[in-house]
Every structure is written in C-alpha cells, then in structure tokens.
Design a protein. Structure first.
Length: 392
C-alpha cells in the first residue's frame, strides 16, 4: 500500500521497543489502550517473580514491600511534576474521586459541576453527596457536541459553585480539556478543580507545576500500561492537612510504620498524602506499575505524545477524504483517542476485529487508541480495512 502520509519521524526506536517489551504485537494490532493497556515485559516478569515469592513469602520482608510503595509514590510524582508527599497510592480512579467528593469542605447549597456525557466514575461520586445538600449540575455540551468550557468558566463565577470535576481527556471523543484556562478561573474564584486523568496520563505530558489542580485521580491500567488494581491520587500540598478521609486506613497515622508498636494508637494523621491511603495495598500490582512508569519515563511522555499524534494522522486524513465523521476534535483539543462514527461505518468494527485489530465502540464511535509501540503501518492497515468495509 502506498503511504497515505509522510512517514512519522520516529522519536525513539519503536522496533526495539516492540521486540523487547511488546513481542506479541507482531501478531495483533492492539488499539484499545483507552480501555486496558498491555503490560510491558519488564512488568509482567517482575509480577510473576513476585507472585512466585508470594507462594513462599519468606523473602518478602516488610522493608521490601514498603520500598515498592515508596517507589510508587516517587514515580507517580515524577510523572506529573509533583512531590512524593503529595501522592497517595490507590487501586483505581474511582477511589480518588470518591475521596475528593467526601473530603472537600462542601456545605448544603454548594454546587459541583461536571460535563454532560462524562464517564460515570466522575459523575456518581458527586451525585452521592446530595446527602450533604450538595447539588450536582451538568454542563450541557456545545452545539458542536463538545464539552462547554466557556459555560464552565461562566458558572464558576457563581459563589455557590465550589467544585469543577472534569476528565482531562474525554473517554469517548478524546476531547482534551483546557486545564490551564479552567484552572486559572478555578483559582481566581476559589473553586476546587478535581481531575480524572486516566485517559491522559501516559500519552500526554502534564505537570502540576505548570497547571495547578487541587486533586487528581488516575488508575494506571490504561495508558500507564500497568496492572488492574494500581493507581494513585495527587492532592495539592497546601490542601493535604485541610482534608480528612472518611475512611481510616491503619497506616494513615504517624507511628504505624514501626510494626513493633502497632497498638500504640496515639499517632496523629500523617501530614502527607499517605493519610488518604487505605491499606493493605496490592504490592505486586504496584510493582508492575513502577516498572511501567520507568518505561514511559525512559521513552519520554512528550516523545510518546508526538509519536501517537503522528501515527494517528493517516486515519484522520482518510476520514476526511472518505466522508466519515470524526467524533474526535482536531487541533489543540485532540488526544491519542480517535473516534469514528460507527453509523458511517456499519461494517467497520466487524472488519477490524475480523482482521485481528483490537478496538471497541463507545457512545456511537469506533474508538481507536494507539500508544507508544504502535506504528504508522498499523494505522494504515486500519484505513485499508475500514475502506474495504465501506465498499462491501
């Protein structure tokens, strides 16, 4: 097939990456990272070794296990430009978002804003706090079908609005929020900015030093290429000691790192984000996360972002030529997710799956989500399959 677009400038050795960390990619085109990311070989091997030790855990000392957790906080902090004491380890995104909804100092009559059609994990926690008299308000979408950031900025001028909870990248369209702009208004109006980052971190560069947020939650099983049951939440340093979890994790208190004096219950809540952790945490899953974060750091998130954008171009260009509606934005609001109208491609998902392309349909769109090891050749193969499905 003649290349649809100029070959992407390769920011790192994709062939070596595939061979070393994702050798199974020779046989399947995997484009479902917005659902579940595969484990790199380094993570898989480390988890398997840890599981073997777990069967006879004499070598899994307290120091080793605590080291896994310490490394996890440090590596999650490195990913987003935070400090390790601003990171609490979690098992999924929902845990962090539920804590945010329950911990923030909200009062009866306060309003929490969410975007209509956001993922349920970022809706239900805010709906549940109706029991505290907090009202959930959905921001309708723009006439073009995107999250209405202008309306969000306008509503934050209302002193009753205390929280804006957004997904950094929307799960079904790939729309990338302007967190810089929204964050500036949030800070000016005293609105808490809570971010669900699961569809962004791992393929989009983000730094809380440049774009301050109050609380960020991220499960690691998607673009962070980590096991189910791994993740973290970030809490801005100045906010940590103002918040208390409604759940009493036993290691959330000072002194409990000394396992010889655990029945001394006099310790205060920790002054760092460990006060939000709920133990015992899944050490083997977090070990896998640590190694996956190392891999992404070695490649460079900015380089991954550039690579994913480049290899997605053939699909976007073909969609324009073929008259297939893109359900994803273009320009400064796009991301690694490309959604194509399933109605315009009635045989498209069957053609892809029949040819061994792993993808899915979300909210009426065939969602393609390539990552760091996918190639422009794979994306051109997707175009061939979709074009063929239209002519049947």
């Amino acid at each position: 097939m003649t290349s649809i677009t100029a070959p992407a400038r390769v920011p790192y050795d994709v062939s070596a990456l595939r061979e070393t960390e994702f050798p199974w990619a020779r046989h399947i085109i995997y484009l479902n990272h917005a659902s579940t990311g595969p484990l790199p070989e380094r993570s898989r091997k480390a988890i398997e070794a840890c599981t073997r030790e777990r069967a006879s855990p004499v070598t899994l000392t307290d120091d080793r296990l605590m080291g896994i957790l310490s490394d996890g906080r440090a590596k999650a902090a490195r990913l987003i430009g935070a400090e390790a004491d601003e990171i609490a380890l979690t098992t999924n995104t929902s845990f962090g978002l539920n804590l945010a909804a329950r911990m923030l100092p909200l009062a009866p009559g306060d309003v929490a804003l969410v975007s209509d059609q956001d993922f349920p994990a970022n809706v239900f926690p805010w709906r549940r706090i109706a029991d505290r008299g907090v009202r959930l308000e959905f921001i309708p979408r723009t006439p073009a079908g995107w999250p209405d950031e202008a309306r969000m900025r306008e509503r934050m001028q209302d002193p009753r609005v205390r929280v804006l909870a957004v997904s950094q990248v929307e799960f079904h369209t790939g729309y990338r929020m302007d967190l810089d702009g929204l964050g500036a208004v949030a800070r000016a109006t005293g609105t808490f900015l809570v971010v669900d980052a699961i569809q962004a971190l791992g393929h989009l560069a983000f730094d809380v030093r440049d774009t301050p947020v109050d609380i960020l939650a991220c499960g690691a099983q998607k673009w962070l290429l980590s096991p189910w049951g791994s993740g973290f939440m970030y809490v801005r340093r100045g906010l940590i000691e103002q918040l208390e979890s409604p759940l009493a994790g036993w290691n959330a208190y000072e002194g409990t790192e000394n396992f010889s004096t655990l029945v001394d219950y006099s310790g205060r809540l920790r002054t760092d984000a460990r006060r939000f952790e709920l133990w015992t945490l899944p050490y083997q899953d977090l070990l896998g996360m640590n190694l996956a974060l190392d891999l992404l750091h070695e490649l460079g998130i900015d380089r991954i972002e550039a690579h994913v954008a480049a290899i997605g171009r053939p699909v976007r260009e073909w969609a324009h030529r073929a008259g297939v509606r893109l359900k994803s934005p273009e320009g400064d609001r796009d991301s690694g997710i490309i959604s194509l109208s399933a109605a315009d491609l009635p045989g498209g998902i069957a053609a892809l799956r029949g040819a061994g392309v792993a993808t899915c349909v979300r909210e009426g769109g065939i969602r393609l989500a390539p990552h760091c090891y996918n190639t422009i050749g794979e994306m051109e193969r997707v175009v061939e399959l979709l074009q063929s499905s239209m002519s049947r």
